[in-house]
Design a protein around this ligand. Structure first.
Ligand code: NAD
Length: 487
């Protein structure tokens, strides 16, 4: 059975229901049918998972890093073998087209391979001392228990990006599935068990943020909270942790309102193709989606024409050739349609989409949507919408494009399309964000690439890459004095 009719918690290598039997429904974004009842967790399940983690963490921390890496190496192999299973689970949960669902499996396996290798590096450094007969070095130490809180948009990549580095670093992980994508983290637990991970080192709990996420981050046994989600929830989590008796490290990977700049010397067809990919892959439910397309006045009309021609050809659906799947829930679909209507009522002009796709109802499909003439300060230009919606802006030249790119509280990614190395380099320097792409899409990540944002897009950490070791370990500085005369 690919998707169970009942989704459990995964605690200490066992599938368990909630105490009291509370459940909630998981519906398919493709056709709105109920695909499963999900165990609705609360403080009791969090306490259970944390005591399993506390019981297993110390022994796991003592496993030599190369041996921890070897388990991740086996997990990578099993993920590749189980690609059809994981692809199907991701597709059932999110409705994304098959090629995008299996791409998550491949990239997660690649990450496990990369992290497996880090087990044999796991470097510290040695430093000279001005004091004679003194040696100074740093060691990477596991933190203990990691709470991993996930968004819904890429359920397998979401857990892989957190659990693989956290485990490699010698931590126990308690994952909180997103309530709309619950089973992936359980199947991931079974995979880790089969790869040889000891029981209790990885658990996953199901339920809603305030019921499960809040008690998890409130517990002072959690030494590192790794959160990916909206900026509002990220700020709340940071506040909760700051009020605990004992602080924790908090890694926040948050939202974006990413600019896609088209200069007057750009290849307009390429730019239109990549603007569409940036805005509509995963139905725009990507932190790195291109939601603000900023175009030089001189080429605005020509680019607009190329863009709209490409938008008209976007295949909406969840089939093998489709490009833009459904959004995750009926509530989000309704919210997105209302947000577009709100933008229009305040002066923006709708030039494509704006509605649910009637022929694909009751699936939660929204037509790829493009607006123009939105005021840069309007909420449609400022808020992350997290759907297949993008806005076109007209600018007089480069300085205005940079200014507008920076004119949000976010700073995750951005792209510039130009044939000028001078413009590209200036944009790289002057646009404040964690990632800049030249003549590409607004997204682009790999197991070795640090990813994260500035301003309301993050709090300074980067995942994955070797930089993610800084999230999941503490550096210990060791000072050793010796006395040659006592040899
Ligand atoms: P969300 O903030 O609504 O939820 C994220 C997670 O937080 C969920 O598991 C939710 O249950 C949990 N949560 C909610 N309230 C909580 C609380 N009080 N305490 C603890 N946990 C709580 O975000 P979402 O809608 O699921 O995801 C979309 C967001 O994620 C977008 O903003 C997107 O940009 C962002 N995102 C960022 C990245 C990145 O790497 N920067 C990647 C993917 C998604």
């Amino acid at each position: 059975m690919t998707y169970p009719s009942f989704v459990s918690h995964w605690i200490a290598d066992v599938e368990v229901p909630s105490t009291g039997g509370a459940v909630f429904e998981k519906r398919s974004p493709i056709d709105d049918r109920v695909v499963a009842q999900v165990a609705r967790g609360g403080a009791a399940e969090v306490a259970h998972a944390l005591s399993a983690a506390a019981g297993a963490a110390e022994a796991w921390a003592q496993v030599p890093p190369p041996k921890r890496g070897a388990i991740l190496g086996r997990a990578a192999q099993l993920l590749r073998e189980r690609e059809p299973l994981f692809g199907a689970i991701v597709q059932i949960e999110t409705g994304k087209p098959w090629k995008n669902a299996v791409a998550e499996v491949a990239s997660s396996a690649d990450l496990a391979v990369f992290m497996a290798g880090e087990g044999s590096r796991f470097y510290g450094k040695t430093m000279p001392s001005p004091i004679v007969n003194r040696t100074v070095q740093t060691l990477r130490q596991p933190i203990g228990i990691c709470a991993a809180i996930m968004p819904f948009n890429s359920p397998l990549a979401g857990i892989a990006w957190k659990a693989f580095p956290a485990l490699l670093c010698g931590n126990a992980v308690v994952a909180k599935s997103h309530e709309l994508t619950p089973h992936t983290a359980v199947e991931f637990g079974k995979l880790l068990k089969d790869a040889g991970l000891p029981a209790g080192v990885y658990s996953a709990v199901q339920g809603f943020g305030p019921d499960v996420g809040a008690p998890l981050v409130q517990d002072s046994r959690v030494g590192v909270v790794s959160f990916t989600g909206s900026s509002a929830t990220g700020k709340l989590i940071q506040k909760i942790v700051s009020e605990r008796p004992v602080l924790a490290k908090v890694c926040l990977e948050l939202g974006g309102k990413n600019p896609f700049v088209v200069c007057d010397d750009a290849d307009l067809d390429l730019a239109a193709e990549l603007a569409v990919a940036s805005a509509f892959i995963d139905a725009g439910q990507r932190c790195a989606s291109g939601s603000r397309i900023i175009v030089f006045d001189k080429v605005y009309d020509a680019f607009r024409k190329a863009l709209l021609a490409r938008v008209a050809r976007v295949k909406v659906g969840s089939g093998p050739d489709d490009e833009c799947g459904p959004v995750i829930s009926r509530a989000n679909l309704d919210r997105l349609v209302q947000q577009v209507a709100g933008g229009v009522s305040r002066g923006a002009r709708l030039i494509a989409g704006g509605q649910a796709v009637a022929s694909l109802a009751p699936g939660y499909y929204m037509a790829p949507t493009v607006l123009e003439d939105a005021a840069p300060g309007d909420e449609i230009s400022q808020q992350e919408l997290f759907g297949p919606i993008t806005c076109l802006y007209r600018v007089g030249g480069f300085d205005e494009a940079v200014h507008l790119s920076n004119r949000t509280h976010y700073g995750l990614t951005g792209a510039i399309h130009t044939s000028s190395v001078h413009r590209a380099q200036e944009f790289i320097t002057r646009y404040h964000a964690g990632l800049v792409s030249v003549n590409g899409a607004t997204f682009g990540a790999g197991p070795h690439m640090p990813f994260g944002g500035v301003k309301n897009s993050g709090n300074g950490f980067r995942e994955p890459g070797t930089e993610s070791l800084d999230v999941y370990t503490e550096l210990k500085t060791v000072v050793i004095n010796h006395i040659p005369g006592r040899v």
